[in-house]
Design a protein around this ligand. Sequence first.
Ligand code: ADP
Ligand code: MG
Length: 393
Amino acid sequence: MALRTIQSADLSGKTILVRVDFNVPIKEGVVGDDTRIRAALPTLEHLLAQKGSRLVLMSHLGRPKGGADPAFSLAPVAARLAELIGRPVQQASDVIGDAVEKELDGLESGAILMLENVRFYKEETANDPGFAEKLAKLGDVYVNDAFGSAHRAHASTEGIAKFLPSYAGFLLEKEVRFFQPVVTNPDKPFVAVIGGAKVSSKIGVLETLLPNCSALIIGGGMAYTFLKVMGHTVGSSLLEEDYLDTAKSLIDQAKEKGVELLLPLDHIVASEFSENAKPEAVDSLDIPDGKMGMDIGPKTVAKFKEVIGGAKTVLWNGPMGVFEFDNFAGGTLEVAKAIAECQGTSIVGGGDSVAAANKFQLSERMSHVSTGGGASLEFLEGKVLPGIAALEE
Ligand code: ADP
Ligand code: MG
């Protein structure tokens, strides 16, 4: 997949419409975690360095119910961006229309105008062509740097590209550069580390990655459905009865393709699903009645670490246990460390896995940590993301 990039585009003198993903947490009018804003800075700075350019930024924020709603205004985001980028950011009064066009008329070169929340118009999520065309009127070219929204075919992520010359921003390009090889032709040995709560939410990922894998590591809540179908007892662990056949078929596919499939060898269990539950080690594949698997055990950690250590590419999606509870975070922490330490390329996707990497302060040591939870999962399912397809050469 080759994307049209901002590096090769002549953008001088242009008014550049940039779709960013500034869907950040806001509390009492102040931005909390500003990771997403920081992630777009390289693109914005590059665009501002083009002689005579002006930027018009578009983003959504939350899920406003309909019409303009001050609770979902991007004003706090514009304020935070201004601090980070070290120049004024003007907050527009609306998304489209006469008022915005006036504000745009007054915008000098080198200046930034932040449009209001694109979801103030229901036409945004409906990908209404008329609305996309009105957005397109606000600029000469379109740049998409919103990887986190690329799996949505909305007016500001997909529809608009039909009306303007369109390019990928650095962030979006980087995400594609890391994820694309994983689903096509990864450097081998390629180890996929898949966990999280449910088999049902990861089937697409497992089926897409399996044919490319050297080893497939399965941990987290979804592992118990696999262990069950292999004839082990799983106590009161998470179990998806409806997916036993799916698990069996994946085990068979791995065998056929010569992919090493690794499942937990031992467990950390508890009597109840709670933060304060007492962790107990079970040194066996089988989990006793009344106990639920909450994390992988030490033997499993050692085995997973050994396999990860030999990888040229590691993709991690899904925690190995209930990492939100400190008593059951150990397995995820150890596996995350092994991924960070591995000599090969390490890629982390999925909202909770990224949260775990951040919690353990390991993100900096990964080759790539995705900024898009849902988008990275859909990419790993082998889907074509509409926001990306619109930027292909
Ligand atoms: P991601 O967002 O990275 O794709 P998922 O959403 O699939 O990950 O899964 C994350 C969730 O899985 C976490 O909230 C974690 O607590 C849960 N989980 C992991 N292991 C277990 C387990 N053994 N039992 C119950 N929940 C688990
Ligand atoms: Mg999740």
